[in-house]
Write a new protein. Structure first.
Lengths: 494, 265
């Protein structure tokens, strides 16, 4: 028999709930034996649903799940060779520590001596020796967590599933448990699948990180890949702090953003194509502008200027420090450029607000991402008799010159620029209402995703500050609704 | 002035009417029962009434019969009530509401009326009244008191515990016996206490559903208490019953863990 390459294969799995919403949308994932894989994402991204599908508590609506090459999509949880550590531990309150851990072994009718030996060993692994007779409700959170882990690993599962196991612990405890989990993984050599919303936890623990959002996998990669080379704005924004800016790829290895041209190392984005640029706050080098003016490049006052700032033909740009906060190891600064781009910068040196500083970034620290959407929202609509156009399940006033070109009843393509959508504080003031779903700061404006109450996503560029979850009324000036003939399958990304 | 406000607003002040009520209508009757039990008709201290009870075979056999009927009724209620509670707690959210409503509905009517109606029902169907009818009537009256405490504990149970059991290799059957049943025991105890105690002391239902042919301990007490010269003996019987009820409720309390106590409806 051929040995299967992957211990877990998730193939095109979707999970649709009764209300028609997708918790998982065509998710595929392969896990090799012994790997520590973390599924990371904000709450409601489907990460727990994916774990529950692997454990068998939920059945995928479509697609299949293979364990050791065997299709288990419909297999009930008690027949799967996986064990789960639950978010709230789910210890049996009517059993003591020993019996909690022995629960699985007793079900398998192993002989009492073996059970005793195995339970002892598992408790030792979880640093709980001597707690056998304790009632579980007399244990602290960390100890309960250890019991939950011992209860799972005592069954010698092929795969251990962990559902946000540390989220109920305090910070110090969480750090200790992270180290213990990592050690446990090395000792046991089995596959760990770990679900968390904590990016630091994901980066610290895992061999591979799966970033999820909205039921879809956004990126799979090693912690360093995920951090240094995010594939889209969501990943860049979710993992760590970042400066995300709109830019233009002039040609290979040359990108323009915030009014300057930069050398970079990315290729294959075409010429003069819009892109998103990500720069991590710790990758920007800064120095006092006045030091430069006085020719103190070798820096007598700021004597490590020479060492800190790389020499060479780098594009430099300048700005004024707006705020500077001490964060323990570094200072975090907000810097505003003369043409109103804002940068987040982390540096070991303090630059007081008002200081004019110079900035540069090395080409390899500029991360270029394909822009997911450019300027317009593309929607499908229908011209109505009264000169209105129906799209996103609402009727909109349009410029008569636009509408008159089409017979009523014609299906049309509607384009709405990100910039021209007007968000109102009161939902009833809009033609349609919705909720702020995702916010991205792009240096000089906010790029928002508005989820309309009719279930559409609308992208909006604005200078106004909104919060996640804000209710808004959506207004589109009639002159900004552009309609054209419906083209087959052509979308903004082409 | 502020002192008055303080007194008026304190909880202790508001508790007084209740304390008074309970002293008059709970404590005093209990004391009276005890006093009557230990005195003769002239008010002199005596243990004669107790001696009479323990040598009075009819009273003892009625007592044992009542306990047996109560045990049977409790068992039937448990056997019927547990599955009902289980279905209500696990089905989708619309079914339990309808079911709960159906179980509650008869309770809106006074139990005597219900029992009279049951008698009529038996008559219409041509079924004989007697022991069977008695058990049916008791069960009909007390089943909700079994269902609700069990339903409460089952509903409050963390569903991840069931998942944990499945995850560790338990199929539905094992999951039920090893996790769900042990964890619902507090509700079961509450249910048992709430059904057993009132059935032991019931008398009206027995009278109506058996045409007074079967005498339960409650009826016996009623007979003696209403007969003037046997009042003291009736008090002894009441006291014996009280002790039995006290003992069962003590066991119920003892076994139910504080945090998982089944709600007493």
């Amino acid at each position: 028999m051929q040995k299967p390459e992957f211990i877990i294969e998730v193939n095109h799995v979707s999970k649709q709930f009764e209300d028609g919403k997708y918790a998982l949308n065509d998710v595929s994932l392969q896990v090799t034996k012994g790997e520590f894989v973390t599924i990371l994402g904000p709450s409601g991204c489907g990460k727990t649903t994916l774990l529950r599908c692997i454990a068998g508590f939920q059945v995928a609506s479509s697609g299949d799940i293979l364990l050791k090459g065997e299709d288990v999509t419909q297999t009930p949880p008690y027949k799967r060779p996986v064990n789960t550590v639950f978010q709230k531990y789910a210890l049996f309150p009517h059993l003591n520590v020993f019996n909690n851990v022995a629960f699985g072994l007793k079900l398998k009718k192993e002989n009492p001596e073996t059970i005793k030996k195995k339970v002892r060993r598992a408790l030792k692994m979880a640093n709980l020796t001597g707690y056998e007779e304790r009632e579980v409700d007399t244990l602290s959170g960390g100890q309960q967590q250890r019991v939950a882990i011992a209860r799972a690993i005592v069954n010698e599962p092929e795969v251990l599933l962990l559902d946000e196991p540390l989220s109920a612990l305090d910070l110090k405890m969480r750090h200790d448990m992270q180290i213990e989990l990592k050690e446990l993984h090395e000792k046991l050599g089995i596959t760990f699948i770990y679900v968390t919303h904590d990016q630091e936890e994901a980066l610290t623990l895992s061999d591979r990180v799966v970033v999820m959002s909205e039921g879809k996998i956004q990126q799979i990669g090693s912690p360093t890949d995920i951090y240094n080379e995010p594939q889209n704005c969501f990943v860049a924004d979710f993992i760590g702090e970042s400066n995300i800016l709109s830019g233009t790829m002039i040609k290979d290895r040359k990108v323009s953003f915030c009014g300057h041209d930069f050398d970079c190392i990315d290729e294959g984005f075409g010429e003069n194509n819009p892109v998103d640029v990500v720069i991590r706050p710790e990758d920007i080098y800064v120095w006092r502008k006045e030091d430069e003016k006085r020719g103190k490049i070798l820096g007598q006052e700021d004597d490590d200027y020479e060492d800190r700032v790389p020499k060479g033909k780098f594009t430099k740009w300048y700005g004024t420090v707006e705020s500077c906060i001490f964060k323990g190891v570094h200072y975090e600064m907000r810097v505003l450029t003369p043409d109103n781009y804002e940068f987040l910068i982390q540096d070991y040196h303090e630059y007081l607000p008002g200081t004019e500083i110079g900035m540069l970034v090395k080409p390899e620290d500029i991360q270029i991402m394909k822009k997911e959407h450019y300027i317009y929202n593309y929607l499908e609509g229908e011209v109505l008799k009264n000169g209105k156009v129906r799209f996103m399940d609402a009727d909109w006033d349009v410029n008569p010159q636009q509408a008159e070109r089409f017979e009523p009843g014609t299906k049309v393509q509607v384009r709405v620029p990100f910039r021209s959508i007007d968000l109102q504080d009161y939902e009833e003031e809009g033609t349609l209402s919705g909720e702020v779903h995702f916010i991205l700061y792009k240096g000089n404006h906010y790029h928002l995703t508005i989820r309309t109450d009719t279930g559409y996503d609308l992208y909006v560029n604005t200078n106004d500050v909104w919060d996640d979850g804000d209710r808004v009324g959506i207004v589109i000036p009639k002159n900004d609704i552009l309609i054209s003939e419906l083209q087959s399958e052509e979308t903004e990304n082409e | 002035m502020s002192k008055i406000i303080q007194i008026v607003s304190s909880r202790r002040t508001w508790a007084w009417p209740y304390v008074l009520f309970m002293a008059l209508f709970v404590l005093l009757p209990l004391v009276l029962v005890a006093v009557y039990a230990f005195t003769d008709i002239d008010g002199h201290f005596t243990l004669h009434n107790f001696a009479k009870f323990f040598s009075h075979s009819e009273a003892i056999s009625t007592f044992l019969y009542s306990v047996m009927i109560a045990v049977f009724n409790t068992l039937i209620c448990l056997l019927l009530g547990y599955p009902a509670a289980y279905i209500m707690a696990s089905a989708d959210y619309r079914t339990p509401k309808v079911m709960a409503m159906l179980f509650i509905l008869p309770m809106w009517i006074n139990f005597l009326l219900r029992t009279v109606a049951t008698v009529e029902l038996f008559n219409i169907c041509g079924l004989p009244l007697g022991e069977g009818a008695l058990l049916f009537g008791l069960c009909y009256d007390y089943l909700p008191f079994m269902i609700y405490p069990i339903y409460n504990t089952l509903q409050k149970m963390d569903s991840s515990l069931v998942e944990a059991a499945q995850d560790l290799g338990a199929n539905r059957w094992k999951c039920f016996w090893k996790v769900i049943v042990p964890l619902s025991l507090p509700g079961v105890y509450s249910g048992i206490v709430m059904v057993f105690m009132p059935t032991v002391s019931t008398f009206a239902i027995a009278e109506l559903l058996t045409h007074n042919n079967i005498k339960l301990f409650g009826s016996l007490i009623q007979d003696y208490i209403t007969t003037t010269d046997l009042l003291n003996y009736g008090a002894v019987l009441s006291l014996v019953l009280l002790v039995i009820i006290g003992v069962t409720s003590f066991f119920g309390e003892h076994d139910a863990k504080e945090d998982q106590k089944g709600g007493l409806v």
